[in-house]
Design a protein around this ligand. Structure first.
Ligand SMILES: [Zn+2]
Length: 295
């Protein structure tokens, strides 16, 4: 069985583990803080690769940012990563092949191959975190667009509140449907600068009606995207991924979305894979290359 050293590189932490070609972790998941400069990130990755290199077939990296069609480099700027991060020569990290994929795309591939979407050919994953990532499997292929930068969920939902999104535009879907958005909703509704999304959820669980109202508003914002993506792609299933998803009323949103749909009915589900999903997806993509199933 082939094995891959898989990384999940984000703005605040880097997680890594050895993952087999069946998607199972072969080592414990380890986690370090993301270094502040591009050179330190490189040195840190290089050191980890050196430790595992003898036992692996390739390196598999899930990263923030759009990744080229050949899975070898980052093609777009990467918001909260160190300056110059996108220009890192990832291929020089190892004498073994190195494959990259965008983190939301990697999560989508993991859910499609081993998770909630297994057995379906058209699966969309909405990854709800600090930002909002989208991954689309269309007819069994990961949809990447012409350069690899496709499926960015940035479009105006015109709420007129003038919230600035990470992309620079105002009132984008991401700034109303992400985890950051729920925190902003809570701060605005309660007039408390320090309130977080989890403070709001705690209040809601204690039965606070205002907290429930704010949470419902956020759920409805997510729903508007779900309906849009379902109409655009006609998927078998849309999968919600991220730590806030456990609080979302998936059954209710599924019913509501299907009621408003122009395209054919679809399933809405929570992701099966937890916080290892991006590493698993990246490893499965690397496995396809190593096994000659991708060129
Ligand atoms: Zn945006």
């Amino acid at each position: 069985m082939k094995k891959f050293l898989a990384f999940d590189i984000g703005g605040t932490k880097i997680a890594y583990a050895v993952v087999a070609e069946n998607g199972k972790l072969q080592t414990e998941r380890r986690k370090i803080e993301t270094p502040k400069t591009k050179d330190d990130i490189y040195r840190c990755l290089e050191e980890i690769v050196r430790q595992y290199e003898p036992e692996i077939d390739a390196v598999a990296i899930a990263t923030a940012g759009a990744v080229s069609l050949d899975n070898k480099r980052i093609v777009s700027s990467v918001g909260n990563m160190a300056p110059g991060y996108r220009d890192i020569d990832f291929q020089s990290l190892s004498s073994k092949p190195v494959y990259l994929e965008n983190d939301a795309n990697a999560v989508a591939w993991a859910e499609y191959k081993t998770g909630a979407g297994k057995g379906y050919n058209n699966v969309i994953v909405i990854a709800i975190g600090t930002g909002l990532g989208l991954g689309v499997i269309a007819d069994g292929h990961l949809f990447k667009g012409k350069s690899g930068a496709g499926t960015e969920a940035h479009f105006s939902i015109n709420r007129g509140q003038k919230r600035r999104c990470s992309c620079g535009a105002y009132d984008c879907y991401e700034i109303y449907a992400s985890g950051t958005a729920l925190g902003l909703d809570a701060k605005e509704a309660f007039g408390d600068e320090h309130m977080t999304s989890y403070d709001l959820i705690r209040l809601m669980q204690e039965g606070n009606p205002k907290a429930k109202e704010v949470f419902d508003m956020w759920q409805n914002d997510i729903l508007s995207g779900i309906i849009g993506f379902a109409n655009l792609f006609d998927p078998d299933m849309i999968v919600l991924f991220g730590s806030l998803v456990e609080y979302i009323e998936v059954g209710k949103l599924e019913k509501e979305a299907n009621k408003q749909l122009v395209s054919s009915p679809f399933l809405l589900r929570k992701a099966d894979n937890g916080h290892n999903a991006a590493m698993i997806g990246a490893a499965l993509i690397a496995a396809d290359y190593v096994n000659g199933n991708r060129k």
